[in-house]
Design a protein around this ligand. Structure first.
Ligand SMILES: Nc1ncnc2c1ncn2[C@@H]1O[C@H](COP(=O)(O)OP(=O)(O)OP(=O)(O)O)[C@@H](O)[C@H]1O
Ligand SMILES: [Mg+2]
Length: 396
């Protein structure tokens, strides 16, 4: 029943590995929603679902008589179904925050908390700097600054020096007593300056099809600075077409031409598998090492890992196997940005990224001079990118 309602693959003999990512998720979700449970615990249930699947899921959750605990980055889904929010993102005091009153109340409360955190952090750092300077000045006065006037009696010299020593001790104590209690607030995305190649056809696609995966035929040109939104139901061939555009898949028929020297990067639907014991920094170094060896990118053009604001120092030192999926996606995005691509392709960029980062990413995509192609089912992102030209794929 639920398999049909979700338009999931009903062929029980089909191997899961031959289904698209979204098709696999539908089968899994159908198994859960098909049984009537009192309490539903759902971890990112809307990832990879298309419009029909999302509508079915939203209806089921809204109509559910029992309790629902939902972990999701899907801003439209949260808006539609969530009444209370438990936010586990880092906070100033390290404790989780609960917000009542729906999506808007959560966003407002969160923004206020974040602003207070930044303000408290900056004030405390400024006070710490002020005290450090005061100690330095007192030390200077002791060693060089203060000299008794010539002819001053020996007795007087001795009696004034202890005052300076006392002042230094006072400043030192004040500095030692000043505790840094406010942790550094989380970073926000720093989108690098990307280059544009105006007017030049970065990628030229003619009558492309991929047997069993993309019916097409698709014909399109991607010029410098272009925008394109690719939509279509699960299994319609969006990821397949993006792989063709990124030069990662050879089409069965038709032609693809990439402009010589054009840098194309793709943030794929699922993160690649990196050696689990590698830290983010090692993954980055290996990645850019490979590219610079091939001469694909001049070394001076590389965007350093720490410059994107995607991973903090702690995360950069963490082995990949111990990173959350969200952190792995952030690393993947940092790797793609490292090469300052002329064309950047996003396949379902909102999956596993926090809503705040998705908001920042959306602003960056709207403003960047590079060409951008996005395939997404995310209703909020579709609304935000509504003015972009669209290519809608259908299963043929
Ligand atoms: N590696 C593969 N081998 C064979 N068939 C595949 C492979 N990957 C995908 N397919 C099939 O190709 C078709 C298109 O898959 P693709 O992943 O491009 O769809 P999609 O539009 O990106 O779907 P989704 O919205 O679920 O991400 C689907 O029918 C899928 O079952
Ligand atoms: Mg896909």
């Amino acid at each position: 029943m639920a398999l049909e309602a979700l338009h999931a693959c009903t062929d029980r003999t089909r191997e899961l590995s031959t289904l698209s990512v979204g098709q696999r998720y539908r089968v899994r979700l159908a198994c859960l929603l098909g049984a009537w449970h009192d309490i539903l615990l759902l971890d990112e249930p809307s990832n990879h679902l298309d419009a029909d699947g999302l509508a079915f899921l939203t209806d089921r959750l809204r109509g559910h008589g029992g309790g629902v605990a939902l972990v999701s980055h899907d801003r439209a889904l949260l808006r539609d179904v969530a009444r209370e929010f438990l936010d586990l993102d880092p906070t100033q005091d390290g404790r989780p925050r609960a917000y009542a009153g729906g999506y808007e109340a959560w966003q407002d409360g969160r923004r206020r908390d974040r602003e207070r955190w930044i303000q408290d952090y900056e004030e405390q750092q400024a006070e710490h700097r002020r005290l450090t300077v005061a100690v330095d000045q007192a030390r200077d006065r002791l060693s060089t600054g203060w000299r008794p006037a010539k002819g001053t009696g020996k007795h007087q010299r001795q009696s004034r020096a202890p005052g300076v020593v006392q002042a230094l001790n006072r400043e030192r104590e004040a500095l030692e007593a000043h505790r840094i209690t406010v942790p550094e607030p989380p970073l926000s995305l720093r989108w690098p300056a990307l280059a544009t190649r105006p007017g030049s056809a970065l990628v030229r696609v003619r009558d492309v099809t991929v047997a069993g995966r993309l019916t097409g035929p698709v014909t399109l040109d991607v010029d410098g600075g272009d925008r394109l939104l690719i939509t279509g139901e699960n299994g319609s061939g969006k990821s397949t077409l993006l792989s063709v555009l990124a030069d990662a898949l050879i089409p069965t028929s038709g032609t693809v031409h990439h402009l010589a020297g054009a840098r194309v990067a793709m943030v794929a639907q699922e993160v690649p598998s990196w050696p689990g014991e590698f830290t983010a920094r090692q993954v980055y170094e290996q990645h850019v090492g490979r590219l610079t060896v091939r001469g694909a990118v001049p070394e001076r053009d590389l965007v350093p890992l720490g410059a994107t604001g995607l991973l903090d120092r702690e995360a950069m030192r963490t082995p990949v196997a111990r990173m959350s999926l969200g952190q792995q996606r952030r690393l993947d995005l940092a790797l793609r940005l490292a090469t300052r691509p002329h064309l950047i392709i996003f396949d379902e960029p909102t999956n596993h990224l926090s809503s705040m980062l998705v908001d920042e990413l959306t602003t960056a995509l709207l403003g960047t001079p590079a060409a951008v192609i996005v395939a997404t089912h995310d209703r909020q992102l579709l609304a935000d990118l509504a003015p972009w030209p669209r290519l809608h794929l259908t299963r043929g």
